[in-house]
Design a binder for this molecule. Sequence first.
Ligand code: ZN
Length: 289
Amino acid sequence: MSYLLTRLLKNSSKLFEVLTIFGLILAISSSLFGYVSFTYTVQRGDTLSAISKRFGVLESSLIDWNNGIDFLRLKIGQKIKILYPEGYIYKINHNDTLYSIAKYFFTDPLSIAMANGFTTNKVLRVGEEIFIPKNIIGKYFNISGKLIWPVYGEISSPYGWRIHPITGKRQFHTGVDIAAPEGVPIFAPLDGVITYTGWRSGYGLTVEMQSKDFTFRFSHMSKIDVYAGQTVKQGNIIGRIGNTGISTGPHLHFEVRYRKDLENPLAFLPTTPFKYANLPSNSKGVGGN
Ligand SMILES: [Zn+2]
């Protein structure tokens, strides 16, 4: 055995193989809890789609992991962060518990605890980061309506005529506001194609999406994980909750058009976000455009 090892170590290409295998074992063992992060260097001809296929991860995941990288204009030599297993980092906010976080990811607290190597009694500190593997996300999506809920939260402002929370004027609210903490994931309510990403006056960071007869708008986001032209599947992450544009606190403005007509999103959503139970949540009392 030691003779073999010596032989292997004498040969640099074999050494590389040994290190690769060792690295893989290390990656697999450490991925029992949390995740491993490694760096990929952009090669000539690389595209977001090619890197996504090579590593078997969603394009949206790559965008989520890499702040400040313009994936539509990749440069040779750029460093791309890859997480293994595929999943998302969530930064703890005030009042978050393992139970509330489980709701935001439509999963159960035990799966999150196990993925992070702690128990469900764990006390979470504000600012601490936890890891949510993609394979536990969406267990409890309620698919009984036409759409799934794009985010778990409290409806802080309904669709229709209202007094605007900031301007104080009577105004038609074109969507529903769903309050949730900053950084909570937003999921595609159906399969579809992204038609717009960027800043919309008053609405802040916005994503628009086309899906058969539906058009969706998601606003006030803190982070956009998609690009115009991208195909997404129901339940894929499209970005994170934020407080951009005219807004009094972190929430999602979710707007639905059905055959071009503005409609109340609640008409197409299941009555509860969850498949099995309507779990209670605290009202955040925030709104905006
Ligand atoms: Zn709104």
